[in-house]
Each structure stands twice: as structure tokens, then as C-alpha cells.
Design a protein around this ligand. Sequence first.
Ligand code: ARG
Length: 587
Amino acid sequence: MSLQSHLSDLTGKAFADIGLSSDYGKVVPAQRPELAQFQCNGAMVAAKKIGKPPREIALAVADHLAQAPEVATADIAGPGFINIRLTDETLVEWANMSANDDHLGYDIASEPMIVVVDYGGPNVAKAMHVGHLRATIIGDSLARLFSFAGHEVIRDPHFGDWGFQMGLLIASIEDADPGLPYFDKETTQYPAESPVTLEDLQRIYPEASARARDDEAFADRARHATVRLQQGDGGYRALWRHMKSVSEASQRDDFAALGVNFDLWYGESDVHERIAPMVSSLRESGIAEESDGALVVRVEQPDDNREWPPLILQSSAGGFLYSTTDLATVEMRVKDLGANLVLYVVDRRQADHFTQVFRAARRGNIAPDSVGLEHIEFGTMNGPDGKPFKTREGGVVRLGDVIKMVQGAALDRLNEAHLAEEYPEQEREAIAATVGVAALKFGDLINNRSSDYVLDLERFSSFEGKTGPYLQYAAVRINSILRKAAEQDLSPGAIIGPSVDVERDLVLELLNLPEVIDRSIDLRAPNHLAEYAHTLAGRFNRFYDVCHILSESDPRQQASWLRLSTWTLAALERLLDMLGIEIPDRM
Ligand code: ARG
């Protein structure tokens, strides 16, 4: 249990003592730290309900609360705030408990869930571009957060490899080079080498999708190619495998550069076998119906205040679509993986798609109500002009290029700050790579995920302000203090009563960690972790300015401060880990 919830219980009891519901006792960190450590605003809420003056209620509650041995003072302020300070003994007791706990005082889930996080999955024929960056960064952070909280997390990118885009590519390649063996009905022998490179695919795909918009005959060929691929045409499948593997090779590199890994490397095609049985059972139960030659599932609901087009299961040409594979994937995740919760970390422009899929999954009993299906949507990453980030020529920016840019910026900042100066070249580069990725990830995660933000390399890579590099540096510095202490044979000991305010503030901040994790989980919002990590690093810096650990003459005091340092470092490491940020050994 967190200190804050323990104190909420105590305050709740004080409300109960005067005959009111203990629910009013919820306590939060004080808004004005100069007045108190915690505050409870419940008296104002209770006052409205029972029609008594709020200050009168607050006073009575504070009187009862002040009896608790943990509480040093309980005062009232303003219209009826209850301001609370704890005794230093209480803080010290909680500090020692949390500092020595593997989970830093966080109670891991008593009923762990199986959580599937669907994130980052680019389509075949596309090297990852910045559009997938946010999905990857946010998804990975949520996966790490849920895993820390004790849940079983299954990371699944859901690569786009089975829909109309595949038909477009095949039709386009066939048009350009009809003599390739993949299009020869007489053969079953196909080359081992791919006829196309990733660069080819990246050129062909946008051309083909533009062409399909004006050229109905081509669009039709592409639709039929999709169907034939899905039905198992040997040549098409062989070509498809080539396209898939050249794309995946580059995508794997991109993910590796970001330090991101998946438990499953599934794509849409992996549920192909499930589609036919799923479709026929939906048809039998009357949930799937014909409409203009296509097979659809209606998803409107009585209290809708807008129109909801049906989810299309099968096109009139007989092809299965993005929504069909998504629906079959829900089934796979529920039945085979045993998912209790599926988080789809995808651009908010796909909100309608997910509403359709989720509603169809409920109607078709593919996911029972007990399984959470949530679209974790996010805004766009913009360029300096405030528009979605593009190349100078207006093209899509490849992820690999963004990473290079941000690592270049990181190297400049390292040079400016005279960091890592005399290290071997290779180490310096490795540090710049880690710092660059940290800059990118933190710059993203510090924002509320639903807002858009501007990619500002200069600011993101700075060692000052709310940045990834600032936090990495803070951790490296604590590490180096601890190394120096170890060289002097000093080791951390029990935490003793705080002697100065900055020390007490640091302890209180550290004791706040469990609340921050719960909030981040509840809201599926890593920005709370990012914000907190920054506050915590600041508190440590102020503490370290005042408390000269290495030159302290009282050994108990020194050992206590060292423990505060290891605790802070452990917390920062955990937080950065949950943000997907690595910490260099030195800088
Ligand atoms: N492949 C899709 C894209 O590039 C993202 C997949 C998102 N996940 C899903 N289950 N639909 O836009």
C-alpha cells in the first residue's frame, strides 16, 4: 500500500468517527507544499451533501485525525481544506520499507491480467516512418508499465500484410513485368531472390495506391489479386513472401535501433485460417449479412448520435479486409492467448475502424464483455511548421533518418556540454545513440498522448529542462556518486530522520511513486511517469546541493544519505525503463 492510500484510510476513519462516509477521506499531495505535505478536500464535498458548513466538518475531522500517531499536524485552511503533515518517524518507517523493496513500495497486481499490447505494426512495403514512431514509443512504454505492475504482457505488432495493399503491389508488379515466374500459371518454381527491394516497394506502393483511385480497371485487378493471394495462389504467395521478408528485415532494424522487441511477430496473415470459420459462424448466427454483394456486420447502436457504417467482412470481389483480419485477431487473442485486456496503440485517425471492430466483436460474441478492448489513440508528431512531419520535399520521413538526425543532435549536445569527451570514439558514439533515442522517446512521452506535438531536436536533446538526456545525466551522476562512495568503502545504511527540508521533500517525492504508477496505468498515460521522473531528479539535485554525502562526518547520516541515493537511482532506473530509455554507464 502507498503512504498516500494509508493516509486516505486514516482520514476516512476520521470522517467515519463523526458519522460521515469514509469515502470523503481521499488524500492527495498538498497543492501548497509550504503549508502541508498532504491535503484532503473531502469536507467541502461532504458539506454540500449534508448541508453543514465545510469548515465545521473539516475541523471535526482534523481533530480526530490528529489523534493518529502517524499524524504530526492536521489543520484546516481556506473554505475547508484539511492540511496534513506526518511525523518524521512515519516518513522514516515508510522510507525504509520502500527503499528496500524490489518494487519500490508498489504493490504488484494481486490478480494479474494477460494484456496484449498491439503497437507499432507497419505495413509491408513500408519501411517504418514517423507515423509508426508514436505507436512504437507509446506502446512500448505501456507494455513496460503493465509488466512492472505485475501483469503478463504480450507484445504483438500486427504487421499489415494481408489486405488490399498486397493486391495493389502484386497487380502493379505484374503490370510492369508480366513475364516474371510468379505470374506464370504453368510453373511452381520460383526464384530464391526477391525480385523487388524495399526501395522498389516504397516507390511502387504510393504509385499504385494513387493509380487505383483514378483507374477503376487497375483497382479491380488489385482487388482480384488480393483475393487470389488470400485463396492461396502459389506464385502470388511466393511473391508475397519476398515482399514480406524484405520489409520485415528493415523493420526489425528500425525496432532494434529503438530498443523495441515483440513477443510475437505476427501479421494480419497469421489469422487467415480463422477467417473462413469465423465468417461462416457469423453468417449462421445472422450477425453477418449481405449488402450490395459484400458481407457486412452492422454496428450501429440505439443511442448513437452519428451514423456508423457497417464493418465489411468480405468485399464483393471476395477479399477479406483490414477489419476482417482485426476481428479474427480479436478471436485469436481471446481464445488462444487468453487476453483479459487488449490495448490498440494506434493513431487516432483509426478511431472509427476500432469502434467498428470492437462493436462487431461484442455483437458476434468474439470477445465477451469481460475482455477489455481499448483503442489507445494518440495525436500526430509535427514538424517545425506545425504540420505532420515531412521531408523537405514533402515526402514521408523514414524512421531510420529521424534516428540519425536525433543522434547527430545528441552528439552536438554532448560536445557542447563537454561530456564523454575523453572516452574512446566507439563509446562516445554508443552514448550519442542512447542519448538520441532517449531524446526522441522522452520528447514524445512527456506529452499527453492525445495532443499533437512538434519534434524539436534542439530542445529534445538538451541536457537541461524536461528532457530524456537530462534524466539520463541525473541517473549517471547518482551512479558516479555511488561509485565514489564504494571506492571509499562506504555503504548505504538505514534511512534516519530527515535533517533538512530538501531531504524530507525527496523522501516524500519518492514515496509518491506508487500513486504515479497507478495513475499512469489507470489513464494508460506514460506522460505521468515522465513528468514524475523529472520532478524526482530535480528533488534529488536540490538534496545533493545541500547534503554533501561524500564529505559527511557522521557515518550514520552518511549511510542514510547513501541509501536515499540508491533508492532515488533505483526509482529513476525503473521510471526510465518504463519509458523505454536506457542509461549509459557513464557520460
Ligand atoms: N498496419 C496498420 C498501419 O500501418 C497498423 C495496425 C494497427 N493494429 C491493428 N490491430 N489494426 O496503419
